[in-house]
Ligand binder design. Structure first.
Ligand code: FE2
Ligand code: FE2
Length: 349
């Protein structure tokens, strides 16, 4: 296996270069340092979209790590610069593909998660036609949305199991803690509201204030969708990531329950259920890799059969459907058995 993306540590220091061959020894070393997953190249070139530059994401990572030390004017100025860089990338047509938490270490989750949320939120806002000023407000609120977690005890924050009701009620205070910190500084009111309301839900089931419908600002809904999507699709210490198509469908199904339909429509324009490079089971029994998207037909991309390299455009082949994404652990097993070619679907699930 060959690394498709470089691997960094929590300080943004390069651990392994893009193109490095993964030996048993460095895989073991990665396990020890807490690497959750990496992206490896496939046997054929796939057509990836132009992604947001890694250096911008790593700069953002450095800025966010300053939170723990202090939250002053200097940190805020650097943070604004990072948001402007991300807005430039999105407005120049760069796609939201993959996530930083995918290539960084487990204990940097809060930081990488904040960057992933910011990038997706800005992308959604841009698709909804927001102007630069509004996108900046959205970006500032999104990058700071979990700022209050710095006040939550580490034992609760990093607990590998389910939280007890008491622990959960402590955890639920993080939006208020973040909001209180921000209010002491000269941060836009809307951005502060995003921080306070990013766990509020359309039907009133959220926290901290159980707000309903349009009591919640649209920008807070956008940050909330990006937050939920990022949390569901990242590996955590206590559970494996959901495949993107499951997270995608769960968010769509929560229209007017958790989020507004307008903001969900913005989300649909930024995220695809089967990203290029992912491996899927097809209804004809073959395993294939997503090769290219068909614009507007997110469930019917162009795929390549792994066993034969045969290209199938699902736009033309109406009798073949994608059954589901092959999970990492199944893929490993199939590779060991040398059977990543055609599987009986009854065995595949
Ligand atoms: Fe949160
Ligand atoms: Fe979050």
């Amino acid at each position: 296996m060959i690394l498709e993306k470089p691997l960094y540590d929590q300080n943004g220091k390069l651990l392994l270069k893009k193109g490095s061959v993964l030996t048993a020894r460095n895989i073991l070393a990665m396990h020890r340092t807490g690497v959750m997953s990496v992206r490896v190249t496939s046997s054929f070139e796939i057509e990836r979209e132009d992604e947001i530059r890694e250096e911008i994401q790593l700069n953002a990572l450095k800025v966010i790590k300053e939170w723990n030390k202090s939250f002053d004017k200097k940190v805020f100025a650097a943070l604004l610069k990072t948001i402007e860089d991300i807005i430039d990338e999105i407005l120049s047509g760069k796609a939201v593909v993959g996530s930083l938490s995918e290539i960084c270490l487990a204990d940097t989750y809060t930081y990488t998660h904040s960057i992933d949320v910011t990038i997706l939120a800005i992308a959604i806002g841009a698709k909804m036609g927001y102007n630069r000023k509004k996108l900046t407000c959205l970006g500032v609120g999104s990058i700071l949305h979990d700022l209050g977690k710095t006040k939550i005890p580490v034992e609760i924050l990093k607990k590998p199991g389910k939280l007890t009701p008491t622990e959960f009620s402590i955890m639920q205070k993080h939006p208020v803690y973040g909001y209180e910190t921000i209010k002491q500084h000269d941060v836009n009111r809307i951005s502060a509201e995003i921080v306070l309301n990013h766990h509020e839900r359309y039907d009133g089931s959220g926290y901290p204030n159980g707000l309903h419908g349009n009591e919640i600002n649209e920008l807070a809904y956008i940050c909330a969708i990006a937050d939920v999507y990022s949390a569901m699709t990242a590996d955590r210490v206590y559970r494996k990531a959901l495949p993107p198509h499951e997270a995608y469908e769960m968010i769509i199904a929560s229209s007017e329950i958790n989020f507004t339909s307008v903001t969900i429509n913005g989300f649909i324009k930024c995220i695809v259920p089967y990203p290029v490079g992912s491996i899927v089971y097809l209804s004809n029994g073959y395993i294939a890799q997503i090769y290219k998207q068909n614009p507007g037909l997110v469930f019917r991309p162009v795929v390549k059969i792994l066993a034969t390299n045969e290209e199938i455009n699902l736009k033309m082949e109406n009798d073949i459907v994608i059954k589901e994404t092959v999970r990492q652990e199944d893929l490993r097993q199939l590779a060991i058995e040398g059977s990543a070619t055609k599987v009986s679907l009854t065995n595949a699930y």
